[in-house]
Design a binder for this molecule. Sequence first.
Ligand code: ZN
Length: 106
Amino acid sequence: MAKCPACNHDVRTPLFLNLDAWRHLVCPHCQARLEMKPPRSIVLGPLIAPFFVFAREGRVFEIIAFVFMFVTVFLLLLESLRPKVQLRKKSLPEPSIRLNIDDPSN
Ligand SMILES: [Zn+2]
C-alpha cells in the first residue's frame, strides 16, 4: 500500500517486478496517473565497484566492501517491497505519424 500524492488515499501497489501493472497504475479515488518512485538506495549501487578495487589492499577493506554490498542490496530489496508512488508527469506518447487518409484535396 502507498499513499496517493494527489488525494492522500491508500493505493494498492502491484509487485515491483510487475512492470506492466506499474505502467497502467491509476489512483482508484482521484484517477491520477501514478508511477513508482525510484528507490533512494539505488545511488549506492555504483559505489560498490570502487569499494572492491580497495578490497585488494587488504583484509579490512575486503570486509568493508562486502558489508557495503550487502547493506546496499538489503536496502534496495526493502524499498522495492514497500514502493512509494509519485504523480506521473509525462502524458501518453502522441502518435508521431499521422495518416492523411480522408484528405478531401485528392
Ligand atoms: Zn488519488
